[in-house]
Write a protein that binds this ligand. Structure first.
Ligand code: GTP
Ligand code: MG
Length: 473
């Protein structure tokens, strides 16, 4: 990790707290409306489930202008929690909100967590739980579910398992889950869920690593934590948390930068960890703890038409980059499919106008129905990602450009998943995620063979398109 740059204020807090056994860390940036509830749930969980340990809650904030930090320190204090839960803990819960320092000039969720790791290591905690500050569905039991396997079961890393709406978690379902599973052979269903339990040993391991990048200071942090837990041989499990309800995001509108940060980090780590994954075939289940709740997460609207149009529009400016980053057969199939995406969007649009004249924005269901027939095959998607692993190795300086160029292809893949799942229950939609994950495993020899082949001659430098890709910026 880069040199620690803890601010004097953070050091003062560490000196004041001295030691703790269990810590809940909460990164935040402009979450004043939701973080109070998360802090209350965290406090109640610590008091109720771990009354004999020394607990601390640490909020690591970006200096939010909306009063996030004030909400944290003004939320009902720990003695209120003791009163309502009728618990007399051995140690008084400590609560801190601080502004984290940027890492090499870059702030973000990962930079916030880095400060949380440093504090956890300095306080010598046995278990660290990190939870997002925009959660609506967290309850006190989440703290027990994420810390229990570490304190009682000897695990080092607890990944979350949630019921998510079938259209939510698109980066997870299409990229991080199938790729992580096929590479490392572990079925961690939510590798970037955002809510984790980490042992003191694993926190210390994180602090010794020297592969930190600006993307890890942002949303690359989750996949970085999960991958290092697996690659470092730490004991990994999952905790069933029920539903994940948080500030929703439409993948076509909000998730471009996050996609780039996660996928660039994943590709760089895949290249670096070749020795760890090259020999692994197939995968195993990862133990899951906690009561299996049946919950219906709230629905999420997705603009299918926009995803299809962006895929087609991407082909107009990004074809030269696609040729650099993908195998010739893969590019040919992608270009055909981008054309089909454009035609599908156009005909679906006119069909919707006829069916719903004057309607504002058609529902996800209506859009997906009108676009039925368009499919992005699992095998092609797996080849796209596997080609990218190889070109990321050969042209490490181009990873960011390749991942930016991948965004419209990813949109084409997400559109296909939304269309395929439009009439399915959440459980049935899960089967298509599993089918795709098996396809990544089946094609792993393609990745390995491709990796072992002679390095490709870098393609002729392509004319840089003047206009940036549709989602850059
Ligand atoms: N400190 C800090 N925290 C951030 C920043 N950006 C996001 N976060 C926090 O990171 C957590 C996750 O951010 P979200 O924007 O909710 O991301 P998400 O899309 O829900 O991510 P997933 O839940 O993993 O799908 C929240 O607690 C945010 O407050 C940032 O710039 N600085
Ligand atoms: Mg969120």
């Amino acid at each position: 990790m880069p040199e620690t740059a803890l601010t004097p204020a953070v050091r003062t807090e560490i000196d004041r707290l001295e030691r703790a056994d269990i810590m809940v860390g909460i990164p935040s940036f402009k979450n004043a409306t939701t973080i109070g509830y998360v802090v209350r749930a965290a406090q109640a969980g610590l008091v109720q489930y771990f009354p004999d340990l020394r607990p601390v809650v640490v909020n690591s904030d970006a200096g939010s202008p909306d009063g996030t930090q004030r909400v944290v320190v003004e939320t009902e204090p720990p003695d209120y929690v003791e009163r309502i839960l009728l618990v007399r803990p051995t140690n008084r819960l400590a609560r801190v909100s601080l502004t984290y320092p940027e890492v090499d000039g870059v702030g973000g969720k990962g930079a916030a967590l880095r400060t949380i790791f440093e504090i956890a290591a300095a306080l010598e905690v046995q278990a660290l739980v990190v939870v997002d500050s925009d959660l609506r569905s967290i309850g006190p039991e989440w703290i027990e579910l994420l810390a229990g396997p570490i304190l009682k079961g000897g695990y080092d890393f607890v990944a979350p398992l949630y019921a998510r709406h079938k259209h939510d978690g698109t980066i997870t379902n299409n990229v991080t889950y199938p790729l992580t599973r096929a590479l490392y052979g572990l079925r961690i269903r939510q590798p970037i869920g955002g809510d984790f339990g980490v042992s003191g040993d694993l926190v210390r391991h994180y602090l010794t690593l020297d592969d930190w990048t600006p993307d890890i200071s942002k949303f690359g942090i989750d996949i970085w934590m999960t991958t290092h837990a697996m690659a470092g041989g730490f004991a990994v499990c999952q905790a069933r948390l029920g539903a994940k309800v948080h500030d929703p995001k439409d993948p076509g509108a909000d998730l471009g930068p996050m996609f780039r940060q996660v996928v660039s980090t994943l590709l760089r780590m895949t290249v670096a960890n070749h020795d760890r994954w090259a020999k692994i075939r197939g995968s195993h289940d990862v133990p899951a703890y906690g009561f299996e709740r049946v919950v219906d997460p709230p629905p999420l609207e997705i603009n299918v038409m926009r995803l299809l149009s962006e895929f087609q529009a991407g082909s107009l400016t990004l074809e030269p980059t696609w040729r650099e980053m993908l195998a010739p057969k893969t590019v040919a199939a992608i270009l055909d499919l981008a054309g089909l995406a454009g035609e599908t969007a156009e005909s679906a649009r006119s069909r919707l106008e006829m069916d719903l004249p004057g309607a504002e924005r058609p529902s996800t269901q209506a859009m997906a129905g009108a676009a039925a027939g368009y499919t992005f095959p699992d095998e092609l998607w797996a080849r796209v990602l596997y080609d990218l692993v190889r070109t990321s190795r050969d042209q490490p300086d181009r990873v960011d450009a390749f991942v930016a160029a991948l965004v419209p292809i990813y949109f084409g893949r997400v559109a296909s998943a939304v269309i395929e799942n439009r009439d399915l229950t959440t459980d049935r939609a899960e089967e298509s995620v599993e089918r795709q994950a098996r396809e990544f495993e089946r094609l792993k020899p393609y990745l390995v063979g491709h990796w072992d082949a002679e390095p490709a001659k870098p393609a002729e430098p392509a004319e840089a398109p003047l206009a940036a890709g549709p989602t850059s910026g």
